[in-house]
Design a protein around this ligand. Structure first.
Ligand code: SF4
Length: 328
């Protein structure tokens, strides 16, 4: 059985159930790299230039963790999944960049996703990918349809049950999970999933908030309509794919009555520097919801994250006490 490696980084958090369903539907075995460690990051960083963004360094580390353990590695080039809305350039050249910086990488299964080139081209790309496993077009079609269904169920599970991507993936694997957002006071996290859910690079942000007694809300728990409405209110026409995760969720949660919003960005990320700034300006303009921006990089110390988090939560508590006093 062909063993397909999937790096636990970047697009993994958005598409893993779909990819797994597709490859398993074609008779392959799927293998995911282990969770990020300091060694994963160090290995990835050693292969790319210093000013590469943190998530791409982590991605390279995960690819290295799969070398020698699988027959091929799946690395898609995701250009656009909505008309005239584009991904960050790092995703466009991901397969080529990986080949260049990790020459010992096993064969890379790539697929070029660009919805602007039309559906016919998309189907050709899916078929080209499936042909690595089967020459039967009907089998590839069935696997693709099952994969799409798995993706829809995954998205609906996160929205309907208030689950973060790692918890939804655990639920789909049969593990027990609890929603992050219960009836508790909630803090909303906004940003890319590969920053919010990689516990090593964000120093267990979700866990720390839950330990402090807060429910955690995330971009994936919002419906496409909620995200679109918030983007339209804030920026008008979206241009970047990631506007949903940052501007859409930020705009929505700032007006939803949460206790606070934390925006997580990667140092050196061009798109984020613009998008998070828009959310921050909106937070200042509204003046109703405390907002904190947390920048992560390779050398971000755990103590720094903890201190900023404690100060933010402390500020929220003091604000609440003051409001209560004014109401008496
Ligand atoms: S959006 Fe930013 S953090 Fe994500 S891959 Fe692109 S540059 Fe890196």
């Amino acid at each position: 059985m062909v063993k397909v490696g999937i790096p636990r980084a970047l697009l993994y958090y958005q598409y893993y159930p779909m990819w797994r369903s597709f490859f398993e539907g074609l008779g392959a075995e799927v293998m995911v790299s282990p969770p990020t460690t300091q060694a994963t990051l160090a290995a990835g960083s050693s292969r790319v230039v210093a000013d590469t963004c943190l998530p791409v360094k982590v991605f390279c580390g995960h690819v290295l963790a799969l070398v020698d353990k699988c027959d091929c590695i799946f690395i898609p080039a995701l250009r656009s999944i909505k008309r005239r809305i584009y991904n960050c350039s790092k995703f466009l050249g991901l397969p080529d960049m990986t080949r260049a910086v990790i020459p010992e990488c096993p064969p890379i299964l790539d697929i070029d996703i660009d919805i602007n080139k039309g559906k016919r081209r998309l189907y050709q790309e899916i078929y080209r990918l499936g042909r690595h496993f089967s020459w039967d077009p009907l089998k590839i079609r069935r696997a693709a349809l099952a994969a799409w269904q798995a993706h829809r169920e995954y998205k609906e599970m996160m929205i309907n049950e208030g689950l973060t991507p790692p918890r939804a993936i655990a639920r789909l694997s049969g593990e027990e999970t609890t929603p992050t957002s219960t009836n508790k006071a909630a803090i909303a996290l906004i940003g890319h999933p590969y920053l919010l859910y990689d516990e090593m690079i964000n120093h267990r942000l979700v866990h720390r908030l839950e330990q402090a007694g807060y429910g955690v809300l995330a971009p994936e728990m919002l419906t496409p309509e909620q995200l679109e409405l918030a983007i339209t209110r804030l920026t008008g026409q979206p241009y970047w794919t990631y506007e949903e995760e940052v501007v859409g969720s930020g705009g929505h949660y700032l007006e939803s009555g949460v206790e606070g919003v934390i925006g997580v960005v990667a140092f050196g990320c061009g798109p984020d520097s613009l998008m998070m700034d828009m959310v921050q300006r909106q937070a200042i303009k509204l003046g109703t919801t405390p907002f904190m921006s947390l920048t992560l990089e390779e050398h971000t110390a755990e103590a720094g994250v903890v201190t900023r988090l404690e100060a933010f939560l402390d500020m929220i508590q003091r604000r609440k006490r003051k409001e209560a006093e004014l109401c008496v």
